[in-house]
Design a protein around this ligand. Structure first.
Ligand SMILES: [Zn+2]
Ligand SMILES: [Zn+2]
Length: 97
């Protein structure tokens, strides 16, 4: 699933020693797309509830954002393991510039 050929299904994760590095990652199994949270706002994503596309905004604070079709109260955002963090941070750093 090449990154350019689909709308990413963003999942919100928190990285960093102070848990202060906020990132969206694409949940599709074959996609390794990551983006800083603040850069994800305004981008299309796929709803975790109904699968429709919608635009992420700062109002979408859930771990798994929905378009509003299922207004479930979310679930706290999990942190990921250190190994995963290192891999993700490396991926993000490689995208800079
Ligand atoms: Zn993707
Ligand atoms: Zn929806």
């Amino acid at each position: 699933m090449p990154a350019k050929n689909h709308v990413h299904k963003y999942e919100f994760i928190i990285l960093g020693k102070g848990n202060n590095f906020h990132v969206f990652r694409c949940a599709f199994p074959d996609c390794s797309h990551y983006i800083q949270r603040k850069l994800g706002f305004g981008k299309l994503t796929v709803c975790w509830g109904c699968g429709r596309e919608f635009t992420l905004t700062k109002k979408h604070r859930q771990k798994r954002p929905t378009c509003g079709c299922r207004a479930k109260k979310n679930i706290h955002v999990e942190t990921v393991s250190q190994v995963d963090q290192d891999a993700i941070l490396a991926a993000i750093n490689s995208m800079k510039g």
